[in-house]
Every structure is written in C-alpha cells, then in structure tokens.
Design a binder for this molecule. Structure first.
Ligand SMILES: Nc1ncnc2c1ncn2[C@@H]1O[C@H](COP(=O)(O)OP(=O)(O)OP(=O)(O)O)[C@@H](O)[C@H]1O
Length: 280
C-alpha cells in the first residue's frame, strides 16, 4: 500500500499574529490574530484596502515592526523573538527578501545594476567571479539583457527597474519573497511582464507573498488569496474560489468592483447594498 505524499512543509507560517501601535492608552490594533502559511513554490496573494494592515504584516514577517502576540516561523525557524543581531544574520543569509512598490526603495541609486545584483552575494562571501556570473543569470531570469549591467537605476525605465529589484531579491536564492504592490507603479505592458515573471518563479520553488490592493492583479498570479480587512484575515481560499464564491461582504464588494474578473461587474445597487452591510 502506498501512503499519500506529505504536503511540503510551509516555508512561512504565521500564527495568531497581532501588532499594536501607539502608546498604551491610545493603543490601536493594526493586525489582529492573523494566521497563514505559504508552501514552497506557492504564491499567496494578500489583498486589502489601504490601511488594512498589508504592509504591517510584511514588515512583521521581516522583523521590522515589533509583534505583540503570535508567532512567525520562516523556513522552520521561529523568528518571533529574534533580537536585531539574529535578524541581521537571517537577512544576510537572504532567506526572506522584500520587493517594494517603488523600485527606487529596493535599489541604491548610486550602484550600477551589476553592483546591485552582486552586493548581496559579496557580503555573504561568494567569490566575485561567481557573483558576477549569478548576476547575469538572474538578469536573464527577469528577461533583461546584460547590456544594462553598467547602468544606474536612474538610467532605467520603471519596468526595467522593478525587474532589477526582483532579480536582486532572487540572487540569494531566498525561500520566501514578499512583494509589496510590485506592479502598481507600472504601466500595463510592464505590469503584464512582471506578473509573467512572477508566474515563472513558481517552478523554481520560491514562495511568493504578493501584496496588493487590486484583486485583479493578484487573482491571475496567486494560487491562494487572503483578504485582509481592518487588520483581520477575513477570508482565504484558492484564487478561483475567492473570485467565484466570495464569502465575506468586503470580498464580495471587491469582486463586484472588478469588472474584468467575472465578466460583468455587480450592478450599482448591489454594490451599495454590500457597502451598507460593511459599514453597519
Ligand atoms: N508605526 C506606526 N504607528 C502607528 N500606526 C501605524 C504605524 N504603521 C502603520 N500604522 C497604521 O496601521 C494601519 C495599517 O497600515 P499598513 O501600512 O499596514 O496598511 P496597508 O494595508 O499596507 O495600506 P496601504 O495599502 O495604504 O499601504 C494604518 O491605519 C496605519 O495608519
């Protein structure tokens, strides 16, 4: 008798994550008991309106904001109680990487593309020739030519810059890459290109957390979608299920407001009804 294969161990496991901001008497809960997990090669889309806590969740996973309760386990390592020294060591190993909405935040304006791509490797002790070879390989991975290696970020188009930022996140061969609104600053042609590249990464076994306020960008790329609403994860499911059978009122409103997702958008009266329910 053959036993069923074990599901792969998640590379990111967040359990009951709670983040509160502000001084004690005016403390606000920004994330409230959020639990999620991402498997190798899986893309989790995280959507929510502005202020719902998406960036806070990403920052908490990266040790950039203090966690009030809950745990974060990255590649089997509980990082919740890590001090700054252990975080630095983890970041240096490049296990988790972060790509910002604005690639100029991910890239040093004074470093050439080649320097941006080799720097994370050189600090880890990778020999220069190997780092240079890897930089070329990952530039190719994001469909850019080596002719760009000598350019500064300011000498690239927005779409090229974002692809360099993705390549830089990938050179350390991370287990998890968190992309915070990676396509929202791009025009539609570049948006499609970057989304295609993210789709291709799945085959490499990299786990992606793709954060966006736009369900339309996420639904085509993500295997599963989580919906954050006012700091709570109100819904998770396959992209197909969330789009076709949204459970939470907020998700129904999101789906109803995105005409390209399911043919016709919900009519105005239906959207007004859902909005009224949300704010009741
Ligand atoms: N350091 C902080 N101190 C106090 N409040 C904060 C802090 N950082 C974020 N917040 C608040 O936490 C809430 C969630 O913010 P967050 O940036 O995570 O939202 P978001 O979903 O990423 O929004 P956006 O889509 O606009 O980037 C917001 O109300 C924000 O004002």
């Amino acid at each position: 008798m053959t036993s069923a294969p074990h599901p792969p161990r998640p590379v990111l496991e967040v359990t009951g994550l709670t983040v509160r901001h502000g001084p004690r008497r005016r403390r606000r809960t920004v994330l409230d008991g959020v639990s999620l997990s991402v498997a190798p090669g899986e893309t989790l889309g995280l959507i929510g309106e502005t202020g719902s806590g998406k960036s806070t969740l990403a920052r908490a996973v990266l040790g950039l904001v203090p966690v009030s309760a809950g745990t974060v386990v990255v590649d089997g390592e509980d990082v919740t109680g890590h001090d700054e020294r252990r975080w630095r060591a983890l970041r240096r190993r490049g296990v988790v990487q972060y790509v910002f909405q604005d690639p100029l935040r991910s890239l040093d304006p004074d470093l050439t593309v080649e320097e941006s791509l080799t720097e994370p490797l050189l600090v880890r002790g990778v020999p220069r020739t190997e780092a240079a070879a890897r930089a070329r390989r990952f530039l190719d991975r994001v469909h850019l030519t080596t002719a760009l290696l000598g350019r500064l970020p300011g000498e690239l188009s927005g779409g090229q810059r974002q692809r360099v930022a993705v390549a830089r996140a990938l050179v350390t061969e991370p287990r998890v890459v968190i992309l915070d609104e990676p396509v929202s600053a791009l025009d539609s042609a570049n948006r499609v290109r970057v989304l295609d590249i993210l789709g291709e990464l799945r085959a490499d076994g990299v786990a992606l957390v793709f954060i966006s306020h736009d369900l339309g960008s996420v639904a085509g790329t993500a295997d599963r979608v989580g919906v954050l609403y006012r700091g709570e994860l109100v819904e998770t499911g396959t992209a197909h299920a969330v789009v076709n059978r949204p459970g939470h009122v907020y998700t129904r409103l999101l789906v109803g407001s995105a005409p390209t997702l399911r043919g016709a958008p919900a009519d105005r009266a239906e959207r007004d009804r859902l909005r009224a329910l949300l704010h009741a």
